[in-house]
Design a protein around this ligand. Sequence first.
Ligand code: CO8
Length: 259
Amino acid sequence: AKATEHILAERRDSVVLVSLNRPKALNALCDALTRELTEVLDATDQDDTVAAVVITGSAKAFAAGADIKEMQPKNFVDVYLEDFITSSWERASTVRKPIIAAVSGYALGGGAELAMMCDMIIAAESAKFGQPEITIGVLPGAGGTQRLARAVGKSKAMDMVLTGRVVDAAEAERIGLVARVVPDEELVNEAVAAAKEIAGYSRPAVLLAKESVNRAFESTLAEGLRFERRMFHAAFATEGQSEGMDAFINKREADYTDR
Ligand code: CO8
């Protein structure tokens, strides 16, 4: 288990559970926290013994957004020159391994954007998602107008971005923002269990599948389908394919040596 000032990282078999840990500010994503998060994600992505990642916060807050106290004094030249804040924030969206956001309590502004950078969101019943930037005189800056619109469509995205309305877990699931809603006390176990389930499969198959789904957001349908078919063909070069199919035929549990 590793810990920095604002992040806890612990192993659960081949899964790394990353906890945002800045409780006094509801895990507001200050510069130091985002830098530490990037370092942890760099390390986990490079570590071959890590198969999947879960990011979570506290019971009360996944993250209440970018740190407003740090942002308030900045001017255009400041944020432009440092490319605030995308350059450090986007790391979660470039992790190659599966990454699950386990959200309890507030996921607002940059917190919701961080959750949306992950491959899927598992929410506790207490989860609340919102893009309240409009209420403080700005707009989402780390994917809240783009990933949210792709996730929930134009009308819901406009509602959340233009009015700042916060949606609860049930609505978030109904509109397709989150994959599953679970009782609060089961959140972390459920997310880690999902990560472990993924970790048990052939790793090349998992990474090919993740890359293919992500392609859907970057290409036309025809290009996406072509990409998927080639990745599907590529899967036939893996041990996982011969093992998984042989296990099915012989009615036994697959044992993926390439996981
Ligand atoms: N930044 C800094 N401090 C925060 C933040 C924040 N985003 N959110 C909460 N805090 C601090 C509070 O200031 C307070 O500190 P203190 O005790 O020193 O006064 C402490 O956390 C506890 O918060 P509250 O007392 O407000 O707790 P409540 O339970 O009363 O309210 C809320 C919880 C509703 C979550 C409330 O804290 C809130 O509205 N927070 C701000 C939410 C928000 O507007 N988030 C969006 C920020 S803007 C943003 O994320 C832009 C992202 C864009 C881009 C780029 C990439 C990063």
